[in-house]
Design a protein around this ligand. Structure first.
Ligand code: HEC
Length: 155
């Protein structure tokens, strides 16, 4: 806990500066989510609105990001209806790259019946998560105003 509190205080550079920190609340849930995004081949998903190509990022998710959304998010965006929250089943996957193009992290938001499940993976060989569940460091920066999604707005 102290670690995530410190990380929150430090803000945007925390994830980079505190590599020893972790808040892996649900390692099994994170492992099955890792399996799922690969089974579903997340890189074949549509790109998030505004992220049609790789974009620089000043969030603590590396220097550049690709963001993908599954069909549940795509359908919600295309339905022409105003929503106050993203539907259950929404899945958003973000690849983070260093400036030299090294793929360094995968971050995921998975909308479950119980709410958003967060996961961030730093070991892309084993798929081991460093953060999973509802880590304060993640939730604190993903404000409630757009139902936790930072990169693009609700329809
Ligand atoms: C300091 C603020 C900050 C923290 C901490 C943070 N994020 Fe983010 N996150 C952002 C911003 C800003 C974006 C918008 C896209 C970008 O610039 O990379 C984003 C985008 C994302 C996305 C793409 C969907 C969206 O909401 O736009 C995912 C998935 C994500 N973050 C997961 C996580 C996870 C998991 C954690 C915790 C390990 C986390 N984030 C912690 C700021 C933050």
């Amino acid at each position: 806990m102290a670690c995530s509190t410190l990380a929150l205080v430090l803000g945007t550079v925390a994830l980079v500066l505190l590599p020893g920190c972790s808040d892996d609340q649900d390692p099994l849930g994170a492992a099955s989510l890792w399996q799922r995004i690969h089974d579903e081949n997340y890189r074949s998903f549509a790109r998030a609105p505004g992220y049609e190509t790789r974009k620089p990022s000043d969030a603590p998710h590396n220097d550049q990001v690709d963001i993908y959304v599954n069909a549940v998010v795509g359908d919600a965006l295309g339905a022409g209806k105003k929503l106050s929250e993203w539907p259950t089943g929404s899945l958003i996957v973000k690849d983070g790259f260093t400036d030299s193009g090294v793929h360094a992290i995968v971050a995921v938001l998975d909308k479950r019946q119980t709410g958003w499940f967060y996961a961030e993976y730093f070991d892309l060989e084993s798929g081991e998560a460093r953060y999973s569940g509802t880590p304060a460091i993640c939730v604190g920066c993903h404000t409630e105003s757009n139902d936790h999604v930072n990169a693009f707005g609700l329809p």
